[in-house]
Design a protein around this ligand. Sequence first.
Ligand SMILES: Cc1cc2nc3c(=O)[nH]c(=O)nc-3n(C[C@H](O)[C@H](O)[C@H](O)COP(=O)(O)O)c2cc1C
Length: 173
Amino acid sequence: MKTVIVYYSKTGFTRKYANWLADALECPAIPLHEVRPEDLEPAQIVIFASWFHAGNIQKLSWFKEQKLGDKKRAVLATGATPGESALIKEALDNNFKTDKADYALFYAQSGLNYEKMALGDKLMMKVFASMMRKKKDKSVDEEEMCRMIGDSFDGCRREYLEPVIRWVKSFGA
Ligand SMILES: Cc1cc2nc3c(=O)[nH]c(=O)nc-3n(C[C@H](O)[C@H](O)[C@H](O)COP(=O)(O)O)c2cc1C
C-alpha cells in the first residue's frame, strides 16, 4: 500500500524520525509546509509525525482537517518524556478526546535541543525546569523529567519506530 509521511519539526528530532521511517518503509516524508493535496491523494496510508508542546501535538488540527476518506491514518508524536511514562497515554488521550478510534497512535521519545529552540520555547522550558526543580514530593516520573530537562539531549532510537513499521506492514505495504 502506498504510504506518505507528513511531518512538522522545529528542532529536528521529528524530521529525523520521519526520515528514518521513510527509509524503512521506502516512502516519501514531506515537511508540512511543502505538502500539497496531490501528495496525499494517491496514498492509502498517511502518517502524521509531530511533537508535543505543553501536552498538545503541534499542527494536529491540520491533520484532523484533511479529507482522507477511507485512507488509514496514524499519528506519531515525539517528545522529551520517556516512552514508558504513564504521562504519554494521558497526553495522547487528551489530544484525541472524541476521535481516538480514527487513528493509530504512536509515540517515540526524542529529546530537547535548546540551541535550536525558538526563544519563547526556550524560556518556557527554563521556567518549567525551574518549577520542577523546586516542586516538593515529586513523583518518580517528575524526578526523571527533572533530571532530563535541564540540558539538551538526544534520546531518539530507531527501534522506537518498530511499532509504526509493524502497523504499516500489517496492511501488506
Ligand atoms: C516549549 C516546549 C514544550 C514542550 N512540551 C513537551 C511536552 O508536553 N511533552 C513532551 O514529552 N515533550 C515536550 N517538549 C519536548 C519536545 O516535544 C521535543 O523536543 C520534540 O521532539 C521537538 O520536536 P522537533 O525537534 O521535531 O521540533 C516540549 C518542548 C518545548 C520546547
